[in-house]
Design a protein around this ligand. Structure first.
Ligand code: CA
Length: 220
């Protein structure tokens, strides 16, 4: 899952980044409105943390522009105060949720998880495929009831697949959502990680759709 953080306060941006990395997300950052708008407009993100008060372009304007341009990724807005008028304006502009500053990082992460889950149509915080269970709160994976140790790359890949059941997902899409913008993207590595997941988990949990990508096996 790839997250964009748009926050001009450097310390806060870094805190959010650290927490998101710790939670297993891939993170891109912007420190002003123009850069943030550009990234959200051109790169595929699974969720965005967007501050309202930003230099160059404010958060509400950015959000309106994204929505006008058909960008539907979930957006969590950061408001400077717990002001109801900011919330109403933001909701109208297309925000999905809010956190008022100062906040606890845990609350931001919980809201982020909920947004990502909802946007992929998942009601439960536990995602399953057959006997594979992924707990989005703890990032722990079990297969047939036993804990399985996965590397961060394997975990990201599994998480993305589990958030998109029934969809054929191309290697390019996976590459875009599993690495940040600075990573030297090589879609061949995806195949390696899929192979490792098949070995550590159920070998049939994901099928290869020739020439197109991968599809998670249906839960039966
Ligand atoms: Ca700010």
């Amino acid at each position: 899952m790839r997250i964009l953080i748009v926050e001009d306060e450097k310390d806060l941006n870094r805190q959010l980044e650290d927490a998101c990395l710790e939670a297993g997300y891939v993170v891109d950052k912007a420190y002003d409105g123009e850069e943030g708008h550009f990234l959200g407009d051109t790169e595929p993100y699974d969720a965005v943390i967007l501050d309202i008060g930003l230099p160059e372009m404010d958060g509400l304007t950015i959000l309106e522009k994204w929505r006008e341009n058909g960008k539907t990724m979930p957006v969590l807005m950061l408001t400077a105060r717990d002001r109801w008028s900011d919330k109403v304006t933001g909701m109208d502009a297309g925000a999905d949720d809010y956190v008022a500053k100062p906040f606890h990082i845990e609350e931001v992460l919980a809201r982020l998880r909920a947004l990502i889950r909802r946007s992929s149509g998942q009601a439960s915080s536990q995602l399953t495929c057959g006997e594979i269970v992924f707990d989005t709160r703890t990032s722990k994976v079990t297969y047939q009831g036993s804990a399985v140790k996965l590397t961060s790359h394997e975990l990201r890949l599994l998480s993305y697949l589990l958030h998109h059941p029934g969809e054929v997902i191309s290697r390019t899409e996976l590459t875009e959502h599993l690495y940040d913008q600075d990573f030297d993207k090589d879609s061949n590595t995806i195949e390696v990680f899929v192979g490792r997941l098949r070995k550590k988990l159920d070998p049939d949990f994901v099928e290869t759709v020739r020439g197109l990508g991968y599809r998670l096996r249906e839960n039966t």
